[in-house]
Design a protein around this ligand. Sequence first.
Ligand SMILES: [Zn+2]
Length: 268
Amino acid sequence: MSYIEPHAHMVSRTTDDYEKLALAGCEALCEPAFWAGFDRSSPQAFHDYFRQLTEVEPARAAKFAIRHFCWLCINPKEADDPGFAREVMTLLPDFLDKPNVLGIGEIGLNKNTRNELAIFEEHVQLALDRGLPVLIHTPHLEDKLKGTRIMLDSLANFSGLDPSMVIIDHVEEHTVRMVLDAGHWAGMTLYPESKCTPSRAIDILETEGLERIWMNSACDWGVSDPLAVPRCMLEMKRRGYSRETIRKVAFDNPRDFLSASTNFNLDI
Ligand SMILES: [Zn+2]
């Protein structure tokens, strides 16, 4: 069955993974800019990374008839050095007009510091100024609830920000409702060990409903599974969900949110 993978870090994955995604029915994937597993030594390293996201990965994906889109920013972890972060942000305008760029992301908080919040808000303002959607990363484990609250409060203070232009990713049982109640979209990340397992994600769909929610693998350089979304679709099928319902969560919902970007289209 066709699906969209809305969050995958393909710079860390092999070409075989692209083939597996294509065989599993992936029609399009989206790659947010993120931490590389180590801190970059210079803003120039981000220039190269943004080229990878806007030139190299789309070409790798195209070999398997997958549309590749990306989101650009400096990630929350490296944003804790505001001087460095602002230097990286000066690179963004040149890249935001590239044809596969959807918007600003994944911005957010890592350890909920003041510096991270300042850079988060500067990114949101940039997105507002350019009319772009925003993809937000929420912190891990014990920092998640507090970080999600801080960002929801911050977003509510931006006059003119349409909450439906923002997706807050890596939600779990204790954060999903507050995100949806604020009018934003919510992303569930299917990880083998942390965040949401497929079973927990389906339980969340059963308690919270199917509106303004998507699921993704967020596969990267760590323990993660590029096929997590089709595995969850299979689990939904086992639980007796209809084809239409599975398609809504795995294809229609991401397509609807991503269409907030004029660069999103599924024609190869
Ligand atoms: Zn990510």
